[in-house]
Design a binder for this molecule. Structure first.
Ligand SMILES: [Fe+2]
Length: 259
């Protein structure tokens, strides 16, 4: 019994608030790119990023790669297709800390119409690691079902980014977000078919930092700087940029999403 008590990390609420304290000197920038894509970048965000890492490390996770390599892919709990692995973290830890701060930044730049009460938050970590494999070619650009994503980068990594892509639909035209692709029936069907082929195999392969092809054209790359935040709308085509051969350390980030 005493082993259980001593092995569970327990915090009081002030300790939780303190370990996520943000820097009053943080620098916030707003960028507007082609195709209507806009994003926020915050530099020098947390006062104690290493304290947040210690807090987050305590949460367990199902490792999809381990599951598949062990031949147990029919029993997967997670439906995430993210690179590496993710740890789900209850959003309640962030109610008095990161959620209202991130919301206020988005509101300041008129990036969302909702009130704070209308937002449902979900949090998870993203952990990419050296020599990690790809799952169903998850280095290829995708869109996410949620409204906004805030990526808080907690480690300093080489060649690490969020990359933005547009889909080439021919005749010199490009599509930047999922909702616009649905208006181009042929291209939408082609994209749907590419996704179905890719997602139906549950296949492990070599991870790569995808730089685009004739269909997905990269138009911007946002560096995943240590202790920075990147916020953008999830239905613009994007991919996680990480060189799993060059890096000798994990890329660890906390992601808050608004549904
Ligand atoms: Fe994503």
């Amino acid at each position: 019994m005493s082993d259980i008590l001593s092995s569970i990390q327990r915090y009081d609420s002030k300790e939780i608030v303190d370990l996520m304290e943000v820097n009053s000197d943080m620098q916030v920038e707003h960028f507007q790119l082609e195709g209507g894509f806009q994003y926020i970048k915050i530099y020098n965000f947390l006062l104690y990023p290493e304290r947040l890492i210690d807090f987050l490390k305590g949460f367990p996770t199902e490792d999809r790669t381990k599951t598949i390599l062990n031949g147990n892919k029919d029993n997967l709990c997670t439906d995430s297709t993210a690179p590496g692995f993710q740890q789900p973290i209850p959003h309640t830890y962030f109610n008095n800390t990161l959620s209202p701060i991130l919301f206020n930044v988005l509101k300041h730049y008129h990036m969302l119409k909702f009130t704070y009460k209308m937002c449902n938050w979900n949090y998870y970590t993203n952990c990419c690691y050296p020599e990690m494999p790809a799952f169903n070619e998850n280095y290829v650009p995708h869109t996410d079902p949620f409204s906004f994503a805030a990526n808080i980068f907690l480690t300093d990594n080489e060649d690490s980014s969020t990359d933005l892509f547009k889909i080439n639909i021919g005749d010199g035209k490009y599509i930047y977000r999922a909702r616009d692709l649905s208006r181009h029936h042929k291209s939408w069907l082609e994209e749907k078919s590419r996704r179905e082929i890719k997602n139906n195999v549950n296949e492990i392969s070599k991870w790569k930092h995808w730089e685009g092809d004739d269909t997905y054209v990269r138009y911007h790359s946002i560096k995943a700087d240590f202790n920075s935040v990147t916020m953008y709308k999830g239905d613009y085509y994007h991919a996680l940029g990480y060189d799993a051969e060059l890096n000798t350390d994990v890329r660890y980030s906390l992601v808050g999403v608004i549904n």
